[in-house]
Ligand binder design. Structure first.
Ligand code: ADP
Length: 255
């Protein structure tokens, strides 16, 4: 697949678990300054694709690239250095630490194991602490958490925890942000605030890929939408093209 040089691309990827074809030849690109929505029924392969893009899984076939650079065998850590950040369905915060310290964790942590390693490897990891702290402060302020930077993370409400999870992903200044169900559990006014934040990030040049069940939100905020079904691409296009596609309506959206 040819693509703009700086896109994050999954090119014809396959992934099998036992006998299950979680992904069966899916191609998708996340472009800079664009919000790309990824939707589909449960079990259609969305999370697996996210995990391939950020390096948690290796594809059985196909390739993951940023521009011309092949990342197919690259670790999560090296992808983080290559500007790919992700968030999780359930925010992974350290409750006893402050909002600021949690955001700073994004400066050197992008793996599940990394949370533990980080706690024991502080001196090395903090070699550029001041820069990380300044970046974390700026991002927290920009994302609306500036007034509660010193609060413990475990006293935050759900929406603030979600925003903090996003802030942490931004601290390294990624070019691509992969979001797993960012609107989950949020009230309508909080989803509006999330949409504002994501549009601002997009307008600053970030490429954003969102896996999300809240389809109204996805269609409203996305520049392009991909629908998966049974590990394959069902439809890809503008929100209007996807929303009105008869197959997408039949398989996922309902009549
Ligand atoms: P979605 O995110 O769209 O709900 P997933 O990517 O989680 O879909 O799952 C796609 C398919 O792959 C499902 O059939 C799921 O059961 C299977 N699957 C995903 N991850 C694993 C795993 N780690 N082990 C076994 N099967 C898995």
């Amino acid at each position: 697949m040819t693509s703009p040089v700086t896109s994050l691309v999954a090119d014809n990827v396959t992934k099998t678990f036992g006998g299950i074809h979680a992904l069966d030849g899916v191609t998708l690109d996340a472009r800079p300054a664009e919000i790309h929505g990824l939707i589909g029924p449960n079990g259609s392969g969305k999370t697996t694709l996210l995990n391939l893009l950020c390096g948690y899984y290796k594809p059985d076939g196909g390739a993951i690239r940023v521009g011309e650079k092949d990342l197919t065998g690259a670790s999560v850590q090296s992808r983080a250095r290559l500007d790919i950040a992700r968030t999780f369905q359930k925010p992974r915060l350290l409750g006893s630490l402050s909002v600021l310290d949690n955001a700073m964790l994004g400066g050197w942590v992008h793996t599940e194991a990394g949370f533990v390693e980080t706690l024991f490897g502080m001196p090395r990891a903090l070699k550029d602490e001041r820069r990380t702290r300044d970046s974390a402060r700026d991002i927290l302020a920009a994302i609306g958490l500036g007034d509660i930077m010193d609060r413990r993370a475990d006293v935050l409400d759900h929406a603030h925890q979600r925003f903090l999870e996003i802030a942490r992903g931004l601290v390294l200044g990624p070019k691509f942000l992969l979001l797993d169900e960012p609107a989950g559990g949020l009230a309508e006014h909080e989803i509006e605030a999330l949409a504002d934040v994501l549009r601002t990030l997009r307008d600053c040049g970030l490429g954003i890929l969102i896996v999300e069940h809240h389809t109204d939100f996805v269609f409203k905020i996305s520049d392009r939408v991909t629908t998966l079904n049974l590990g394959q691409t069902l439809r890809h296009g503008t929100p209007d093209e996807v929303r009105t596609d008869p197959e997408v309506i039949r398989v996922y959206l309902g009549a």
